[in-house]
Ligand binder design. Structure first.
Ligand SMILES: [Fe+2]
Length: 168
């Protein structure tokens, strides 16, 4: 089993296969991070059933874009440009779940509850990964900020909801 820890400065010493695989993993992760907002922002931001729900959609999208930015930086530092995924059509996304368009609030809730959760588990697989620059961005990208249903049910959002409700 490979147990070494690799910094950016050590990357040139690694096999081409390692560098290629790492670049592919980062590219797919960047695509998944930006793929979420591309699925629902255009349709769900104006269609969210309340001002609070609109705020949650906007915040979730902002967090995903920030995750994209962090992954893109790790990739860019090793010479892999992932900027093309910013404007990639949904049908060309690497992962099937991001190839459609979410057009209903219920669909948005299911996406948040299931797909975002799977994304979290996928990132948790990298916690003890060999590439330390990737490992270092994980705490920000893994924090449970599932969109939709899961988010609406979280105590943090009950607190936000109560704050918003009392300010109306
Ligand atoms: Fe994310």
């Amino acid at each position: 089993m490979f147990t070494e820890k690799i910094e950016l400065k050590d990357l040139d010493k690694m096999d081409a296969e390692y560098r290629d695989l790492l670049g592919r993993v980062l590219t797919i992760q960047a695509d998944c991070e930006i793929g979420g907002p591309h699925l629902y922002v255009e349709t769900m931001l104006p269609a969210a059933p309340s001002k609070l729900d609109q705020l949650i959609v906007a915040r979730t999208a902002a967090e995903e874009i920030d995750h994209f930015r962090k992954v893109a930086r790790v990739a860019g530092d090793m010479g892999v440009d992932v900027s093309f995924v910013l404007s990639q059509p949904n049908e060309k996304r690497f992962v099937d779940s991001f190839r459609g368009l979410i057009t209903t609030w219920e669909g948005h809730a299911v996406f948040g509850f299931l797909i975002d959760r799977v994304g979290r588990y996928q990132l948790e697989e990298f916690y003890d990964c060999s590439y330390l620059p990737l490992q270092r961005i994980l705490p920000d990208a893994v924090t449970c900020r599932c969109s939709g249903f899961c988010r609406t049910l979280s105590p943090r959002n009950w607190a936000i909801s109560n704050t918003v409700t009392t300010k109306r």
